[in-house]
Design a protein around this ligand. Structure first.
Ligand code: 13P
Ligand code: ZN
Length: 274
């Protein structure tokens, strides 16, 4: 099967375009990666036949991802070009046997390199892969209301989670584990990659203060849906915050406990309700 006909590549392109349509990807903002299945990997090898020779440093170590293949967006590339010029806007890469290098099989033409957040993506993938091999998608975007929230809500998982759980009834159902928060840090490798992946052990959604959001999912739909739900709730939160000094009513912690019981949300982080 041709690379651009593979369902995972089509799903990758569609998510990128959906994010652009939402207004989450100014300039080169945001990035996306997907870990291929064994069959998808075999198809890439059959279609492309030969990878590029050069092994390139990841600048992080992800030994559990040795030999895995990823689709990943290009650094400084625009998400709006993922659909228009796929071969340059993203690529398919292989991780080496030590988990410290990668090489390009397809795309990223004219010397393109994976997103500068590839170290963070890969460290998150490693955590999520160990939790459940069905986890395949890591998505990073810059949604405006969520970023605005990081200036007015304390940068703590409990405060952020409760702020969203209490503003839209579906939130505890969609992300019962809550949301992790990384304080402002320089993006890219190192400290922020470690801090994010550590939080990914407990959450599927991690806020980067004054920057954006990371979501992990088993599918493109799930990763996009998490981003969409958080941003929609953040939009309501910011509208309420901008127009009301004091809320006339809200969803209470008791209400959330009722939802948890009714929907049998066994993994709802109950300590956030105390
Ligand atoms: P890249 O262009 O390297 O993907 O960076 C965009 C971004 O959002 C950085 O956080
Ligand atoms: Zn970013």
């Amino acid at each position: 099967m041709k690379i651009l006909d593979m369902p995972c590549v089509k799903g990758f392109i569609q998510l990128a375009q959906d994010g652009v349509d939402k207004g989450w990807h100014e300039m080169n903002g945001g990035n996306l990666s997907y870990r291929l299945t064994g069959m998808e990997k075999a198809n890439v090898k059959k279609e492309v036949k030969k990878p590029q020779k050069e092994w390139i440093d990841i600048c992080e170590s992800v030994p559990k991802l040795a030999g895995e293949f990823f689709i990943v967006t290009r650094t400084t590339g625009y998400m709006r070009n993922v659909m228009r010029t796929p071969e340059s806007a993203f690529g398919i890469v292989e991780i080496d046997s030590t988990g410290t290098k990668f090489r390009i099989w397809w795309g990223l033409v004219d010397g393109g390199r994976p997103t500068s957040e590839f170290p963070s993506h890969l460290k998150n993938h490693e955590v999520k892969f160990l939790q459940d091999p069905n986890n395949r998608v890591i998505y990073h975007a810059h949604p405006v209301n969520l970023i605005a929230m990081t200036f007015i809500v304390p940068l703590k998982a409990k405060d952020f989670t409760l702020a969203l759980w209490q503003i839209m009834t579906e939130c505890p159902v969609i992300f019962p584990k809550g949301i992790g928060v990384v304080p402002w840090m320089v993006p890219g490798k190192g400290e922020i990659a470690s801090a994010t992946s550590k939080l990914m052990e407990e959450y599927d959604i991690v806020v980067w203060a004054h920057h954006g959001l990371f979501c992990a999912g088993t599918t493109f739909d799930r990763a996009f849906g998490l981003m969409d739900t958080v941003e929609k709730s953040a939009d309501i939160f910011m509208k309420v915050a901008a127009t009301q000094k004091k809320r006339l009513s809200t969803i209470t912690k008791k209400d959330i406990a009722k939802i948890a019981k009714e929907f049998n949300l066994v993994n709802l982080r109950k300590q956030f309700l105390r």
